[in-house]
Design a protein around this ligand. Sequence first.
Ligand code: KG4
Ligand code: ZN
Length: 416
Amino acid sequence: MIILAIETSCDETSVAIVEAKGGLKNPSFEILSNVVLSQIKIHAHWGGVVPMMAKREHSKNLIPILEKSLRKSSFLKLNLKPNPAYSGTNTKNKLQKILEREPELLEQFLNFIPTIKPPKIDAIAVTVGPGLEPALWVGVNFAKALATVWKKPIVAVNHMEGHVIASRLAATSYKVKSGKSKVVEFPAIALLVSGGHTELVLVKKWGDYKIVGQTRDDAAGEAFDKTARMLELPYPGGPQIAKQAENFKKYPLTFRMGGWTRREMEKEAFNIKLPRPMIDSKDYDFSFSGLKTAALYMLRDMKERHVNIGDFTPMICHEIQQAIVDTLIAKTIRAAKEFNAESVILGGGVAANSELRAQMKKAVVRELTKTTTLYLPPQKLTTDNAAMIGAAAYLHAVKKEFAKPENLLAQGNLGL
Ligand code: KG4
Ligand code: ZN
């Protein structure tokens, strides 16, 4: 089955073409193209994603990205004769209605789509939620418009299911127990960690999800982003904190940075120790806002003592990252034990974090049974992309779970 997928839930505009096979028993995927345009530079200026700007950027970029994605996968075939399907006023009126809130996209759509042949795909997949509603709507309306002219079924995809299945997207997915990629065994515990979500999900089989724990306030990615901001590091904070923490680990004990050696720093430390919120609570919930507040007080205290924060930034980042990683791993391992998980799956932007990946591997080997397998998405597919949306769509398309275009809605708070 060939699926064209669209993702616009946040600040990445992406169109992918994915070939899927194996059914629900053993789904496997080949990414034929996965074009992702990040708006990070635009939003970084404001310190976070501005929904209306994200919407505008998606509207402007979807057609060029679709074109690129079709070309990369060799699905772009020019229409030498004008296709009568587009010239009727009926179709034009329909498209105008569907894309009435995206005039820029409508104009590009009418200029480009009639010039190409409908690609030989089986379905169109689109993220309907969770995410930023104005941003989601652009993708949803675009999918409706394409489905109208190409006469293809639509699959409405939950973004979080995309993050779960991302671990199955490439043969490079890491497994603790070596051997060729085998069928994922269930039950599985999936830790989904992104900018907006932190969830532990019990996966009984593909398509059957139950949230067993989640954050009560900030998401793990949000904790990275907000503490990074306090340290005057640019948005998004996760990769910045990871980079600084990595530097800290690399410093030899006697090497001077900002007038301090690492040994002196660790000795002085100015109480650079942050809490691991809820790490011992009996449930599987998380809370990261306490960590943020603790970091804020710690920095205030340091400033009052005239400590140059810049000197300590790598060390502080190391502690922030470790506090988040410790909590995520402890809860995941406990849930995996409780639910007798055969597999542990990681997903979401924070799953790009090298320390989380490395320490989770160790913890799974150390704490879980010999047969438990850890599935990690390839690092570049942890953050938002349409390939994972196409893969998640397959799990529904095989069951013929298609959406009626007139019922298709963007749902900012959609749950798994
Ligand atoms: O999944 P994602 O791309 O978007 C959402 O659906 O939210 O996740 C973005 C989040 C941001 O908070 C970003 O700071 C975080 O993922 N992130 C990281 C790393 N790369 C991205 N956090 C920690 N370490 C990283 N290397
Ligand atoms: Zn995401």
